[in-house]
Design a protein around this ligand. Structure first.
Ligand SMILES: [Zn+2]
Length: 176
């Protein structure tokens, strides 16, 4: 993949920001499960630097809606330890986490940009995508048709994920 070569200061910032809010254990798990993307860059001195981009969560359409993936151990998830989790286990953890984010009114649809709620009349879907960008994104069930268009062009090395907010993941959200 070809990007304009950043200067050294920019590159240091990039290295720091892409992984800043992914815990070391989470990053190691993502590497092990082949969920990371890599960018190799050389500088003017001939040094080669590898930038690792872990997967992200897109909790809305904007640049400020991009979050690092939460570490279930840090969030206090009682069902499994991260080190024992399969990708399916992590999906299940994340659905619980995302349900809490929705309940806190912190999520909007990537496609129609409207708020996502736990109203059973407007179901949502947390979708895992493993393309140029790896991550989980949130849409209304009925907005699936527009998904490919909104997802295209998002590049893992141009995102600045924020720290995932802490939510109570001790039990599933009761949806009436
Ligand atoms: Zn929508």
């Amino acid at each position: 993949m070809q990007l304009p070569m950043p200067d050294e200061r920019e590159r240091a910032d990039l290295l720091a920001e892409v992984v800043a809010h992914t815990t070391p254990a989470m990053l190691a798990w993502c590497v092990e499960h082949q969920l990371c993307r890599y960018l190799i860059q050389g500088d003017a001195h001939g040094d080669i630097v590898e930038i690792v981009a872990p997967p992200v969560m897109l909790l809305g359409p904007g640049a400020s809606d991009v979050y690092a993936c939460p570490d279930p151990d840090v969030m206090g998830y009682p069902e499994h330890r991260l080190a024992e989790m399969t990708l399916v286990d992590y999906h299940i953890f994340l659905v619980r986490y995302l349900s809490q984010a929705v309940a806190a009114n912190k999520v909007s649809c990537l496609v129609c940009k409207q708020p996502i709620t736990n109203d059973p009349g407007e179901p949502w879907d947390g979708i895992f995508v493993d393309k140029e960008l790896v991550g989980w994104l949130m849409i209304h069930f009925d907005c699936k048709r527009g998904l490919a268009r909104e997802y295209k062009g998002r590049h893992p090395f141009e995102l600045r994920p924020q720290a995932p907010p802490r939510y109570d993941v001790s039990q599933d959200v009761a949806i009436s």
